[in-house]
Ligand binder design. Structure first.
Ligand code: HEC
Ligand code: HEC
Ligand code: HEC
Length: 131
C-alpha cells in the first residue's frame, strides 16, 4: 500500500534539502593546507606541480628501482646529488615531517604506513643542522 499523502511531500522535502546542500556549498573555496618549505633548498627533485600530484608514485618508482633493480645511482636537484631514498633523500631536505608531510596527509585523511619501518627525521636536530 502506498500513501500518496506522505510520499509526495516527503519527496519535495528531500529535493529542497538536497538543493540547499548543493547551493549552500557552491562557490566556496577550500584552502589547501600551508606546508613548511625546506630551509636552505630551492628546488625539489621534480617540478613542484608534479611533486604535489605524484610524489607517492615517484616514491614507488624509487623503491622499485633501488630494491628490485639495484639502481642506487643518485638523483640531481639544483645541481646537487641526493640519495634515491625516502629517509636519506626526501627527508634530507624535508626535515620536518610533522609540518610538511603530515599537514597534507591529515587534511586529506591519508596515513602512509611507511614510518612503521622507515625512520622519520629527528626534527629539532635536523633543523638545527640545516640552519
Ligand atoms: C634537494 C632537496 C629536496 C629533496 C631531496 C626533495 N625535496 Fe620536495 N621540495 C623541496 C623544495 C625546496 C620544495 C619547494 C619548492 C617550491 O616551492 O618551489 C619541495 C616541494 C615538495 C612538494 C610540494 C609541496 C607543496 O608546496 O605543496 C612535495 C609534495 C615534496 N616536495 C615531496 C618530496 C618527496 C616525497 C621527496 C622524495 C621523493 C622530496 N620532496 C625530495 C626540496 C626537496
Ligand atoms: C601538498 C600536500 C602533500 C605533501 C606536502 C605531502 N603529501 Fe603525500 N600525499 C598527499 C595526498 C593528497 C595523498 C593521497 C593521494 C591519493 O590518495 O591519491 C598523498 C599520499 C602519499 C602516499 C601514498 C599513501 C597511500 O596510502 O597511498 C605516500 C607514500 C606519501 N604521500 C608520502 C609523502 C611524504 C614522504 C611526504 C613528505 C616528504 C609527503 N607525502 C608530503 C599530499 C601531500
Ligand atoms: C615492512 C617495512 C617497510 C615498510 C612498511 C615500508 N618500507 Fe620502504 N623499505 C624497507 C626496506 C627494508 C628497504 C630497503 C632499504 C635498503 O636496502 O636501502 C626499503 C627501501 C625503500 C626505498 C628505497 C631506499 C630508501 O632508503 O628509501 C624507498 C624509496 C622506500 N622504501 C619507500 C617506501 C614508502 C614510500 C613506503 C610507504 C608507502 C615504504 N617504503 C614502506 C622497508 C619498508
Amino acid at each position: 500500500m502506498y500513501n500518496k499523502g506522505t510520499i509526495i511531500p516527503g519527496l519535495i522535502i528531500f529535493v529542497v534539502l538536497m538543493l540547499f546542500a548543493i547551493f549552500n556549498n557552491a562557490g566556496k573555496k577550500i584552502e589547501a593546507p600551508k606546508v613548511e618549505k625546506p630551509v636552505g633548498y630551492k628546488e625539489c627533485v621534480k617540478p613542484v606541480q608534479y611533486m604535489k600530484e605524484s610524489h607517492m608514485e615517484l616514491l614507488n618508482v624509487w623503491r622499485d628501482e633501488v630494491i628490485r633493480e639495484g639502481k642506487r645511482e643518485q638523483v640531481e636537484a639544483g645541481g646537487v646529488l641526493y640519495e634515491k631514498s625516502l629517509q636519506n633523500g626526501c627527508m634530507h631536505c624535508h626535515t620536518n615531517k610533522t609540518k610538511f608531510c603530515d599537514v597534507c596527509h591529515t587534511f586529506a585523511s591519508v596515513y602512509p604506513y611507511c614510518w612503521d619501518c622507515h625512520v622519520a627525521p629527528q626534527e629539532d636536530l635536523a633543523l638545527k643542522e640545516a640552519r
